[in-house]
Design a binder for this molecule. Structure first.
Ligand SMILES: Nc1ncnc2c1ncn2[C@@H]1O[C@H](COP(=O)(O)OP(=O)(O)OP(=O)(O)O)[C@@H](O)[C@H]1O
Ligand SMILES: [Mg+2]
Length: 582
């Protein structure tokens, strides 16, 4: 039951609207009972000749007025309750998104995109159905049942009523079991929907690879399987619903049989009139709709409950990276970085990816990190951005432990070119200005020039207004890389991290970009991760990583003199260059 709390928090905000809606609903149901009565009065009046023309007109006027009030009322409760459920859905969706944004990278590593998308669509839909239509149906059914039962008791007979509703007690018991069963099935149905969304999402993102490896057929099979599972799970829900409907009929049938037998007996003995006996049969039939409605609302509530649990699970997810009480009031960084005996592993089950890293980068210096793939270079960048938590005391910026620095300050003061150059489906201008408060085209162009992408962009028909598709499909690898460098440069932050950011550009372009950096980033700290020595040989310090360990550390000259890994790499790359030149 704890899970349901979250939704009450939202419902509470709209409680007056709910109360107003339910009150109007009550009035509508109540007035509804009067239309047959007014019609009856006119019929009786005409038949007995006690009603004149004016009387009939008056009767009709009463019906019209009640009809108008009913129409208004029906609009009213829809407006209040459906409106509230839509508002709750919208607010909940915003809050869910805001919460997702607080979660750490490790959460997104663990959870599939399609899964999360399914929460945003299907689960929130189900919650809306439970907070809107289900509320209406259950109250409507409840009010109707009470009113009809009251009529049955007052107008016809208490004993007959009690006897006739015995089968309906089974309905109540059955309803509880039904609710439990359907909730479980709905949960499975949602799971299948998540998997299907995930399948679609992944296949579309990976379409190029699928085509290149001629795996369309295999993908189709995988998709068809997920689709089939989705259908089967939906059918399981429908089957249960289909099973319950005839059962309702049977229960009503039992009630009718009881009415006929006992009611008939009461009529024969003269305890009730034939008219009332007939009326009672009609009342029994009037209970059919509320019962079906009850079935529906149980379904809605169960589905909603299953969805609330899933959404609540996301809300229960705590960000791993957060500011604790040790955080200081720092709003700017100078750019001094120290690693002190940094050891790091991603999870307790995985091995250490960084071991005993001790490096100091003075403000304005450039640190280059070199090393084989998988040696831990990107991990160092991630730790500096605090995408993951390094042990306390192992990373210091400007002398403060990284955890003492507010996350906003930390990330605002680091410009980062990630290894996978993600660009948003937006214009180049917006992509480059993404991390900056000032988005003027002059500033964007300046950054683009520094990143050596300006001329390229000017050659596009739409220039800076060129839309780059999802993940920048219309740009070449090197263009994407340089756009992403421009985005980082535009931030003009005290610390710049380039993670393999020059791997897709030729050596000439690389040289130009490096020269621009040297000129424009004077006095600012830079970390360059690379594989090519040409990229990094002018750095103040070079760190060579080998399986997470500091294999070598020093300047280009110092490392060359060592005749170790670095010197080896240098010679190999020199040789490659000479071979290329031939
Ligand atoms: N989120 C993660 N969870 C668990 N292990 C990870 C995670 N990210 C990276 N690793 C592991 O950490 C090690 C270092 O990865 P890292 O990405 O830092 O290498 P890298 O030096 O940047 O390699 P490359 O040159 O290929 O970019 C690898 O063995 C990798 O498998
Ligand atoms: Mg990397």
């Amino acid at each position: 039951m704890k899970d349901i709390n979250i939704i009450f928090k939202y419902i509470k905000k709209y409680k007056w609207k709910y109360i107003a809606g339910i009150l109007i609903l009550f009035i509508v149901d109540f007035l509804n009972l009067y239309i047959p009565q007014f019609t009856g009065e006119i019929t009786d009046g005409l038949e007995s000749g006690t009603m004149d023309r004016n009387g009939v007109m008056l009767g009709i006027a009463k019906i019209v007025i009640v009809g108008l009030i009913l129409a208004l009322g029906r609009f009213g409760w829809r407006y209040y309750i459906f409106g509230s459920s839509r508002a709750i859905e919208c607010k909940l969706r915003n809050d869910l998104f805001a919460h997702l944004e607080t979660l750490s990278m490790s959460y997104f590593n663990k959870n599939k995109t399609g899964d999360l998308m399914a929460h945003f669509t299907n689960d929130l839909n189900a919650i809306r159905m439970a907070t809107g239509p289900a509320v209406i149906t259950s109250f409507d059914a409840g009010i109707m049942t009470i009113m009809v039962l009251t009529k049955m008791i007052l107008y016809v007979d208490l004993r007959l009523t009690l006897l006739a509703v015995i089968p309906l007690i089974f309905l109540g018991v059955g309803g509880v079991y039904y609710g439990m069963a359907i909730e479980k099935r709905f949960d499975e149905k949602q799971q299948a929907f998540s998997e299907l969304t995930d399948q679609v999402q992944e296949s579309i993102s990976g379409m190029r690879v699928i085509k290149a490896f001629v795996q369309e057929h295999k993908e189709l099979k995988a998709f068809a399987k997920a689709n089939q599972k989705n259908k089967d799970r939906n059918l399981k829900v429908v089957k249960l619903q289909a099973f319950i409907m005839p059962l309702l009929d049977i229960l009503i049938g039992f009630s009718s049989v009881i009415t006929l037998i006992y009611g008939g007996y009461l009529t024969i003995t003269g305890e009730i009139t034939i008219g009332r006996f007939i009326a009672f049969n009609q009342y029994i039939n009037m209970l059919v709709w509320p019962m079906i409605a009850t079935g529906d609302s149980i379904t809605f509530f169960s589905q909603g409950f299953a969805s609330i649990k899933r959404v609540q699970n996301i809300f229960n997810e705590k960000p791993e990276i957060y500011e604790d009480e040790t955080v200081r009031n720092i709003d700017h960084l100078e750019g001094k970085i120290q690693f002190t005996d940094l050891n790091f592993r991603f999870t307790s089950e995985t091995p250490e990816v960084l071991k005993h890293i001790t490096v100091e980068v003075k403000q304005g210096n450039t640190l280059a990190i070199l090393g084989r793939t998988g040696s831990g270079k990107t991990t160092i960048a991630n730790l500096l951005l605090r995408m993951y938590n390094a042990p306390r005391g192992t990373i210091r910026l400007d002398g403060y432990d990284i955890r003492e620095i507010p996350l906003k300050t930390l990330r605002e003061n680091i410009a980062y070119v990630p290894q996978d150059n993600f660009l948003f489906s937006d214009t180049l201008q917006n992509n480059i200005a993404f991390g900056s408060d000032h988005k003027e085209i002059e500033l964007v162009q300046k950054a683009a020039k520094e990143a050596n992408i300006h001329d390229n962009i000017m050659n596009f028909p739409l220039q800076y207004a060129t839309l780059v598709g999802e993940r920048g499909v219309t740009l070449s690898g090197g263009q994407k890389q340089r756009s992403s460098i421009a985005r980082a440069l535009m931030k003009n932050a005290p610390i710049l991290i380039l993670d393999d950011a020059l791997s897709a550009v030729d050596t000439d372009t690389e040289e130009q970009i490096l020269a621009n950096l040297k000129e424009n980033r004077n006095g600012k700290t830079t970390i360059i991760i690379a594989h090519r020595i040409s990229t990094i040989q002018n750095a103040d310090h070079i760190l060579v990583l080998d399986s997470g360990e500091m294999a070598e550390y020093g300047t280009h000259e110092e490392l060359m003199a060592k005749h170790g890994i670095y010197a080896d790499m240098y010679e190999k790359q020199q040789l490659e260059q000479q071979l290329e030149a031939v």
